[in-house]
Ligand binder design. Sequence first.
Ligand code: MIG
Length: 685
Amino acid sequence: MAERNHGLPLSRRRIIWEETNGSVGEKPFLLRPKLIQFRLDTGARESAGKRNAMIRRFAMGTPFTTDTVIREIEPESMERFPFEHRTEDGTFVFSFRMEKDEIVYGLGETVRGINKRGWTYRSWCSDEPNQTETKQALYAAHNLLIHGKHGIFIDFPGEIRWDIGDTRVDETSVTVSGTDLDIYLIQEDAPLAIVREFRGLIGQSYIPPFWAFGFQQCRWSYFTAEEVRQVIRGYDDAKIPLDCVYLDIDYMERYKNFTVDRKAFPDFERFVRETKEKGIHLIPIIDAGVKKEEGYSVYEEGRERGYFLKNAEGTDFEGAVWPGAVGFPDFLRPEVREWFGKQYRHLTDMGVDGFWNDMNEPAVFYSAKGLKNALDEAEESRGKNLDLNGFFHLKNAFTGLANNPADYGDMHHLIGGKLISHPKVHNLYGASMTRAAGEFFEKEFGKEKILLFSRSSMTGSHRYGGIWFGDNNSWWAHILQCLKMLPSVNMCGYLYCGADLGGFGENSTRDLVLRFLALGVFTPLMRNHSALGTRSQECFRFENPEDFRDVVTVRYRLIPYLYGLLRRASEENGMMFRPLSFDYPDDPIARECETQLMLGDECMIAPVYEQNASGRTVYLPEDMAFFKLSGERVTKEILPKGLHYVNIALNEVPVFVKRGKRVPLCRPAMRTADLDGKPEEYLEF
Ligand code: MIG
């Protein structure tokens, strides 16, 4: 039973590794945690000694310690910083010219292309439920840019603007909203080599438990234990594999973190056991804000110990989120992280072994001060004849309450006895929440035991957990948005990741869910999720659920391979997903291709991303074997280098394998715990 909880037994995982090793790993290696630990430690030191010359650090002022970089590198004077730079009104600005056809990579979780040219991005962790291409910031701050032979990493927790050929087509101009910062320059010949060096600098990426590669179903919300049972039954009856069901905010008692609504989930401990016996993990959500309620121990303790963010006057900042008024734990302080981390025990004691952390940008619906101002304004408007301006002013007083810059300005962290204004360290907030949880889990249970991922992130938190890409929509365009984010977040250290499959906001359709899933088959986090009020999109709710079974079954056949890829990318500071331009830099079509990705050293993936299309155009940068996988059926066709139109049915998953490579497929199962992991056949060319 114990083994079942943590995925495959070690011996079986080792078999998977060894058997797949012929094609997956270059050198033989076993999944022995001790060995890995040792290898990593020495590896880091070795590369520090050998390769230091490649990485230069430039420090200005007194940088805030973010703990993102784990290697000590002597700073050089800014005079030697090779890019044009200046300080201006308390900001630091630097710029460089770009060659006409140069590709600029990086910035992790953002909208738009893998090539970041032609837009202005902002590192400012934002609760952004409307991910249109004209947005500048999503939930993350991933401050790595790759330009030519340089990787540029800015270690700074405040806002950064990246104007990448937006104002001037041939110039990138970066504005850091402060003058206390560290910039690391990594010089290498190829982008992947830059990524590897960078990742060596920031430490090894989080590896989830094996079962976290199983298919997962989420919904805002399954309100009762009975609803969860129905979802599991729905999947089992349709014979669609499943490993996890999520609990969104409504499982809590009045949205209080670490509590369970005992009316909706009577005897939660037993319920966790019951689902676990079915091989299903329950994954509850945890929000950043702690409900202000007398008698609620987490809140009372936090308040008494002074662990919540302050306002400018030095009393607790009062913001409101789901539960109404909350205190925001000051996760930047180690003692607060330790305290908050231990709260997860309320749920791990009940058998829970996975969590998702939400609203940790932090999202603020309104503050006590902001709401008071808006209500005052409404009061003044009463009985008045409001003209257009007057009306919109009043309306904006309310619509502008959420995530208001004035509120962020009013928030303060108490660090080393000094109040630090929140905007200066904003991007560290969600990352520090992940760290709070991750450090606790590692200490309490060891590595790779607890599933953890977060909405907000800043590079550094990649060591403690994964990320999901937040509130996308049920739009066809968001299949590609997800695809483009994958290599970008991999560069920045996030390996365990994925988007809400089927789309979170708005109503999805059967074909969109299927096509989204066919990409999700390859993302480490394969989770179907949708918002309150939208059409139900669990696989078994649609006509002909066999098609969904076919797609999800393919995932289970690939899990040992995918798991191995993530493990290896983590241990060797590599990427699971790469842009084609990384692998074929001299191929002009591959260089610009942003609708396909390289996966591992073996594959290329190319999902269908348009409605009513019976296939898609795909570009092969070399001869490849084209496989269509569906359930346990496999078809194979050798295709020559060049452009092709390939037909792909809704129940098929396309994958392309390079010459001389092979990808193992195992026998599928309804749960990861029941995978024997042995290669049953190979996708081979
Ligand atoms: O404001 O918990 O991104 O996945 O379902 C919405 C409810 C709050 C946002 C998350 C989403 C989750 C939802 N949350």
